[in-house]
Each structure stands twice: as C-alpha cells, then as structure tokens.
Ligand binder design. Structure first.
Ligand SMILES: Cc1cc2nc3c(=O)[nH]c(=O)nc-3n(C[C@H](O)[C@H](O)[C@H](O)COP(=O)(O)OP(=O)(O)OC[C@H]3O[C@@H](n4cnc5c(N)ncnc54)[C@H](O)[C@@H]3O)c2cc1C
Length: 457
C-alpha cells in the first residue's frame, strides 16, 4: 500500500482524478495475455506535464513505484504493478498539439492514440504509418519501440520519434532531440527512452516524423504450396527492389480459423497478404511483378485489388486475427511469441517452430510480419492450467533459443515487460548489465516501472 501521506498529497492535487476504486485498479493490473493480474494501489489521470512531474516527485519522496499507462495493449505484463504503486494513465493527455506540414512533423501528447492521430491527419495529405494493429497510444508505442505491419517499408517507432519531453524519476523535465532531421549533439537520449518501457522516465510529449499519403494503394493475397515458397518469394521480392508497404504471413492453421470464424474464403494453404503504396503506375507494376515472383515460388491464385473496401476488409481481418484465434478456443488466453530473425533464416525458424508445435498438445497458429523476419505463434492456453502455461513457455523459449542461434532477437516489437525478462541474459550478456547501470543512473531508487527490462535488484 502507498503511505497515507503520499495518497493525501496526490488526492489534494488531483481530486477525483486519483482513482482508488477496485475496478479501476484491476483494469490497470491486467494484461492482454496470460499474465496474472497485478494491480497498482492508485491510478492517477494527469492533464499536464507539470502534474506528471508533481506526481513523480511525490512518489519519489515516499518511495512509491510509478508505472506509465497508455491504452494497456502491451502483451508481456508491461503495465502491471508487481510492487504496487501509482499508475499514471495518460488518457487525458491525448492532444495533437501541432502539425508542421512543411517539416512533415507532428507534436502530440502521449495519450493520443494511433487512430486519433490518423483522423487528425486525414485532411493534411500526411500520415503516420506505424501500425501495431491495436489502437495503442503513441506514448505506449514509443515506450515499447512498437512496429507492426508497415515496418517493412516505413520502419518502427525508433525511426519515427524525432524528439521527446520526459519526466525523470526525480521529477525533472527534460527535452531530448530536436526538430532537425539530424544531429550529432551528444548521446542519443531520444533513442534511450524509446523502448525503455517507462523504466527510465515518463514521456509527456513526442515529436514524430510523418510521411505523405500515397497516391494509390493496392492490396494482394496469395496462397503458397509451402511456407518455404512464401518466404523465398518475400526474399526475392526484396532483392528485386520491390518495396511493399506490408507483407504478412499467415499459416494454414490461421487460415482455417479465419475461414471458419471471420468469413474469409481462402484456400487452406499458407498465405501472404500484401499492400503496395505509390503512384497508380508504380503500384500496378509492383503488384504485377510480385505476382510473377509468387508464381515462381509455388504461389497460386494471386489476387490484387485497388478498391478501398477490399483493402479495408483484408487488413481489418488481419488486425482482428489475434482475437479471432483466441475465440477459436473459448476461455483461452495466450502466450504470444515475437522472435525476429534475419529474413534469410526465417523459413528455417518457422519450420522449426511448426514442428515443435505439432509435437505439442497445444495449438499455436503462426502469423507475422515476414518482411521484417518477425513472426508470432499464438500459443493458446487455459489460464487456470499451469501445465499448459509451462508447456507454452517451453515452446516459446525454444523458439527464442533458435532465434538467438540465427542471430535474431527474443522480441522484434512487443518488448520485454515481465514475460521476456528471463531471456535478456542470453540475448545481451554483459550488455544487460550496462542497461542496469543506465537504469541505476537515472532511477537510483528503482521506482520507475520496477521489475521490467533490467535484471531485478
Ligand atoms: C491484438 C494486438 C495486436 C498487437 N500487434 C502488435 C504489433 O503488430 N506490433 C507491435 O509492436 N505491438 C503489437 N501489439 C502490442 C501493443 O499494441 C504495443 O506494445 C503498443 O505499443 C502498446 O501501446 P499502449 O498504448 O497500449 O501501451 P501500454 O500497454 O499502456 O504500455 C506499454 C508500456 O509502455 C509504458 N508506457 C506507456 N505510456 C508511457 C509513457 N507516456 N511514458 C513512459 N512509459 C509509458 C508502460 O508502462 C508499459 O511498460 C499488439 C497488441 C494486441 C492486443
């Protein structure tokens, strides 16, 4: 429990914007996946950077943990409160502060969601392309270094955060980066906070890079005789200089579920789902060339379309896929793997994962952002069955071991949270201790989102 003095100070400052009710606390201790609920002791809803700084200062004085919260869609128990404390929910700091069209930049508050930003930008001819599927907040996306379906062309949050305002563990407010396209002015603190999962400070403002909305967009779908053929088609397309905006893989198990539960009408084979952005001519040329590459690798029934309705239907189905898969086993939750490997080793990595899942009692449909070498197995488990959870963890750890052997990473985009913490030693070695030293330098009392990312004290 937080000390009474701390609670009184916070209540005095925030009034009803300090929530202590059970349901609010439970909501902020929950994860989208299998992680057990770990609620905070209070939830604060600040409206300004000054309020965030005051909350952090009060918590620092009373040694109370502080956990940032965007929309709570992270998958590894990132926002849970294993040591209690105050969760800072940024939903009331959701403004789009300034669009500078000539510099192709936007300044936002951290609680602004991806869809809200898209709405604000619609009339400007500009867009923000990072798309993790879930309607996440931009502060949360920066904090997990998120990416998603469009990273193959546009990059991840790492490539899009130009500058930040951050409240440090002692309540100081700093600005990192600038509006300039490049800078050699010292350590790259912006990159340090991107992906820090709120363990080094709370982001209270972001300056993000924008792109022009493409003149034309086409989507394509293609079934393949084998997974290997699908992956080879991806590699060859890249080698030929094709620049799809999305290349997503779905395995046969996923296709079956989408057909049965989401009205898809796909042949029961592994598929690639693609999107192309550019001028009318460029999009048509890329889509047609991709069809040839697919055919050379066992792809059949290649269909591409420029009608917005078809595109929207395809990507809504893809974005719903996680929940559609979960619904195929009523009451199930999941351990979601997130390994990312060099694309040249992706076919091998998926083949090994499929073989291990086939030998297991669990179902684990696979889908992923294969243009980046990143795939997810949705290992479905009964939340009440420790045997199933242990088996899913075993499978997940085996996939990570393969990924590290192939020169990859345990997590391409979801982040560490609690669920991937035990894998950091194997991935980083001594470098993990350096992360710990940085954490101690910026947060000596270990109060910012404790228990995540670095080795527990
Ligand atoms: C169906 C589904 C599909 C998904 N697909 C993808 C995908 O394709 N790619 C991908 O990258 N992710 C994906 N995710 C995961 C998730 O959407 C991302 O991790 C997202 O970036 C989390 O944003 P959020 O606003 O929900 O953050 P939260 O879950 O609220 O927080 C995430 C972390 O950031 C910290 N944090 C939040 N706000 C701040 C802040 N202002 N300052 C400092 N720290 C803060 C939190 O403490 C926590 O550690 C998916 C999730 C779901 C449910």
């Amino acid at each position: 429990m937080i000390p009474d003095d701390a609670r009184h100070e916070l209540s005095k400052m925030l009034g009803e914007r300090l929530a202590l009710g059970k349901s609010d606390l439970a909501l902020h201790g929950r994860s989208e996946t299998w992680h057990p609920e770990m609620p905070p002791d209070a939830v604060a809803y600040p409206e300004t950077t000054e309020e965030v700084a005051d909350i952090v200062r009060i918590c620092a004085r009373h040694r109370v943990p502080v956990i940032g919260w965007g929309t709570g869609t992270a998958l590894e128990g990132h926002g849970s409160a294993p040591r209690g404390g105050v969760t800072v929910d940024f939903r009331r700091m959701d403004a789009v502060l300034e669009v500078t069209a000539d510099d192709m930049l936007v300044r936002v508050q951290p609680g602004c969601t991806r869809s809200r930003l898209a709405e604000e930008l619609r009339a400007t001819g500009l867009m923000f392309p990072v798309d993790p599927g879930a309607d996440a907040s931009l502060g949360g996306m920066a904090s997990t270094r998120a990416s998603g379906t469009t990273a193959v062309r546009y990059g991840t949050m790492r490539d899009h955060v130009r500058a930040l305002e951050v409240v440090l563990a002692d309540g100081r407010v700093i600005r990192t980066g600038s509006r300039a396209r490049k800078s050699s002015a010292g350590y790259d603190l912006t990159s340090l906070f991107v992906g820090a999962e709120g363990t080094l400070g709370l982001i209270t403002e972001l300056t993000l890079k924008l792109h022009g909305q493409p003149e034309a967009v086409a989507s394509a779908v293609c079934g393949f005789e084998t997974t290997e053929g699908a992956i080879t088609a991806v590699i060859e397309a890249m080698q030929l200089g094709l620049t799809p905006a999305r290349i997503e893989y779905v395995d046969v198990a996923t296709v079956r579920i989408l057909n049965a539960a989401d009205g898809a009408d796909l042949p029961e084979m592994p598929h690639l789902l693609l999107e192309f952005h550019g001028t009318d001519d460029a999009v048509a040329a890329e889509a047609a060339r991709m069809g040839e590459v697919a055919a050379e690798n066992g792809g059949g029934d290649y269909r591409w379309a420029i009608r917005a309705e078809e595109r929207t239907a395809l990507w809504s189905m893809r974005h719903r896929a996680y929940h559609t898969i979960l619904a195929s086993r009523p009451g199930a939750t999941a351990i979601v793997t997130d390994v990312c490997v060099p694309v040249s080793r992706l076919g091998e990595a998926i083949a090994r994962a499929e073989a291990e899942i086939a030998d297991s009692v669990l179902d684990g449909p696979i889908l992923g952002h294969v243009g980046d070498g990143n795939y997810h197995a949705i290992l479905m488990v009964d939340r009440g069955s420790q045997t199933e959870i242990d088996e899913a963890k075993r499978l997940s750890d085996a996939m990570v071991a393969h990924a590290l052997e192939f020169g990859g990473t345990a997590t391409g985009e979801h982040g560490v949270g609690l669920g991937k913490l035990h894998l950091m030693e194997a991935e980083h070695g001594e470098a993990w201790d350096v992360m710990g030293a940085l954490k101690r330098a910026l947060d000596p009392e270990g109060l910012m989102n404790p228990g995540k990312v670095v080795r527990p004290e």
